[in-house]
Design a protein around this ligand. Structure first.
Ligand SMILES: C[S@@+](CC[C@H](N)C(=O)[O-])C[C@H]1O[C@@H](n2cnc3c(N)ncnc32)[C@H](O)[C@@H]1O
Length: 249
């Protein structure tokens, strides 16, 4: 998959794109990320990319022209993919959306800065707006990194064969169960016995129950939409009535 990122701060991306799983995916040719600096596309003498807002108000607004030209240069003719503006009023980035975006041949991500982008550029150069949450960042660059990282996990081969994006929090509408590693005992705290006995069916059942409990505790709002059997719903209701009871088995 190819992801183009249009930004006035391309230098912000290097360490994120070079390190860890994204770095490996790029080396293996599974993910092709190209950074495009919007500034050289400015038709103005001093290569400005922003100006004061019409109607007054604080801050600067990014000019439409450099963005439109940068977008045209990156997309060329017969573009197949999605052109996305990272912005706070967009559709919220979720696991389902990341999975959907990972099926595209190409994504183009436009990062805003300052007070935002001239609406005419958004009306003519992008297909949709995506937000990474209900808060305001100083720029779209961090949002573009978050989107790239979470979409990349769904590209076949990006995660090692032992890892699966489908076993993480949110993939089935539930949060993940707690994880433990060595040593078995640390500072007097032990690992749940069920994880040590090698019985995979029991481990899977325990993890499922822990997922249900974690979701009920941290994000009860998710339970309404999650795919629980009637038996699981009954079990969870019982646990929540008597929270200190043993939940193994
Ligand atoms: C300071 S923000 C502009 C906020 C804008 N004036 C508003 O109130 O909606 C600058 C840029 O950061 C990016 N940005 C800010 N918050 C974001 C969010 N939650 N998700 C995605 N991008 C965001 C957008 O690209 C935006 O153009």
């Amino acid at each position: 998959m190819r992801i183009d990122i249009l930004t006035i701060f391309p230098e912000m991306f290097r360490s994120v794109l070079d390190a860890s799983i994204l770095g490996r995916a790029r080396e293996q040719g599974l993910l092709d990320v190209r950074l495009t600096d919007i500034r050289p596309f400015s038709a103005l003498k001093h290569k400005n990319t922003d100006d004061y807002p019409f109607g007054g108000g604080a801050g600067m607004v990014m000019l439409a022209q450099p963005i439109a030209d940068a977008m045209a240069s990156v997309c060329g003719e017969n573009f197949r993919g999605r052109r996305i503006y990272l912005g706070p009023r967009g559709r919220k980035l979720t696991t389902a959306l990341a999975r959907e975006l990972a099926r595209e041949e190409r994504l183009v991500l436009l990062c805003g800065h300052y007070e935002g982008v001239d609406q005419r550029a958004l009306d003519t150069c992008v297909d949709e707006e995506i937000s990474i949450g209900d808060y305001i960042l100083t720029g779209g660059e961090l949002a573009a990194m978050v989107l790239t990282d979470c979409v990349a996990r769904f590209i076949p081969g990006v995660l090692g064969s032992a890892e699966s994006p489908e076993e993480e929090s949110f993939s089935e509408g539930l949060l993940e169960y707690p994880q433990y590693t060595r040593p078995r005992e640390w500072n007097g705290l032990t690992v749940p016995e069920v994880l040590l006995n090698g019985d995979h069916a029991k481990i899977a059942a325990w993890r499922r129950q822990q997922s249900l409990l974690a979701t009920a505790r941290f994000r009860p709002d998710l339970l309404a939409e999650a795919a629980l059997t009637p038996k699981e719903r009954r079990w969870l209701a019982e646990q929540l009535e008597t929270p200190d009871e043993e939940t193994e088995g």
